[in-house]
Design a protein around this ligand. Sequence first.
Ligand SMILES: [Zn+2]
Length: 661
Amino acid sequence: MTSFRVADTSNGFWARYVRLVRNSVIPYQWEALNDRVPGAEPSGAIRNFRIAAGLEGGEFVGMVFQDSDVGKWIEAVAYALQASPDPALETLVDETVELMAQAQTADGYLNTYFTIEEPGRRWSNLWECHELYCAGHLLEGAIAYYEATGKRRFLDVLCRYVDLIDRTFGPNPGQIRGYDGHEEIELALLRLFDVTGNARHLELARYFLDERGSEPAFFHAEWQALGQRSHWARAEVSRPDLAYFQSHAPVRQQTEAVGHAVRAVYLYTAMADLARRTQDLELRATCEVLWKNVTRRRMYVTGGIGSTHSGEAFTFDFDLPNDTAYAETCASVGLVFFAQRMLQLGPRAEFADVLELALYNTVLASMSLDGKRFFYVNPLEVWPEASTRNPDRHHVKAERQTWFGCACCPPNLARLLLSLGNYVCQSGRHTLLVHQYLSGTVQLPGSDGAWLEVETDYPHEGRVHLRLRGEVAPDFCLALRVPGWCRSFALTSQGQRLEQAADPDGYLRLRGPWQRDHALVLELALEVEALEAHPEMRENAGKVCLRRGPIVYCLEAVDNGHNLSALTLDVGAGFETEAAPELLPGAVKILARGARRSEPVAADAPYRVAGAALPAREAVTIVAVPYHLWGNRGAGEMTVWVRRHDESAHVPSSARDLPDR
Ligand SMILES: [Zn+2]
């Protein structure tokens, strides 16, 4: 993995977020894990470890997968420590690791729920109880902490646990021929293999992947053995729907993204990773098919995935409702992982485009600007009253929440943002591919001690300054991604304009001769564009959304007044942009010409006969703001998609001029 060092002291776009996560989110989450956030739902996560370690009495608190929050938090801290040492924070992790070591049983098992609540019943309900999922998150935390600090303690604790898992699961007599209901251990084991080089770790991941979906169905057998009773329902339930867990067919035969969206993308991440490591062409082909299905038919324009709250799941092609969307933060974090593994499998700008889309829109939108409140669900349309009064929309919140009883998303966001440097570049033998544009530095492959410096205000601006420092090898090749959204770009090298087209994979490949401190400037044109959706996306018929570079925009009531559905936007009238420092330093808002339905409506007449003439309208200036900044100015209506004013011919000409503002 090529790690890019993200500049965190500048005023750049990411520096602010990285500092926010490090200085606010991490300490805040530690308080939350310790049940010290007033008004937030208790987490119990640290206390559960204390109880399991025998240090205090009491009952298990929280979700059966509560341990995973601690794993994700430690992983985020590890990335923070990698960027800048913090002895006090490191001590906090060391103490937590010791607590976990005390909670580990003699044979290596480490799961507070089963240790406290159901001793003797471990591995009895993999269908529902996330044991291996928790193990995977603890493992990722242990790997990151080892890589950041060189300390083996946590890694050793987890390797003992992995040894137990390896003895327990497999095709041999006496082993459990199963896998987890929530994928995660697979991708974690592949990361572990990087650290240990132990083939058992790779083989165990392969076993879990290839066993999935085999006959007879493991989860059906478990359900029978449990008397058809569910852990969650505490009652008899019908037979588990295997598609929910992506275990309806062997993974190599799967062609559509189905079931719980987070599980699905964690699974695909591991599949793509294994395909690369083992040069498995069949598995690679499956990943390509699933990638296309997710990103071309089942993904929101914001990079969100998961169309329904029922099962937090994918549904079917082009079913992407805006106001009942699920689009969980974790699912887009997982989509970033999947995109990264696809890039590693064979770089194509398309993968980096989706990674960028998910990151700059759904993932960033999930956190408030003070780093203290979070969205779990990321809708594309919100009517706050419906969120509180229509039970079908209770899952859609108009304001970010402090902490969730099921707090999977905030720590997932934190670990991603603090490890952003792992998603920026990729090294070949002589080539450095630059997938994402942010300020920072990275070592060049094949050149001793040489590095690349990047400086940019992207995505607020499209200009990217790149400078090669040190002795650059003559055969070094710099490959710059031309984003899929980019209609035109200009490139200069040492002040000279270069006329060069991107390769079919979407990268501009630049070869020497390299001068000392060679300077390149890539200027990506950031034009405002109105997008329309595939006609099969019935929800978006007759509507458009606005995009500028990788940033998708939305309308909020605070700028556009009550009832956003009464607005129509004139796509043909062009767009203006305006600095919006009141939203975020550097942020840009879009002004568009539009109209609002203005005729008086009788209060007690819900319907009326439509006349031949279109309803009266008044001209308005529509203000659109970056989707990732929505909901930071109080609860109000929001929509990404706005009706297009196709009937502009019928609008009085006076209504088509931009009024004085
Ligand atoms: Zn989540």
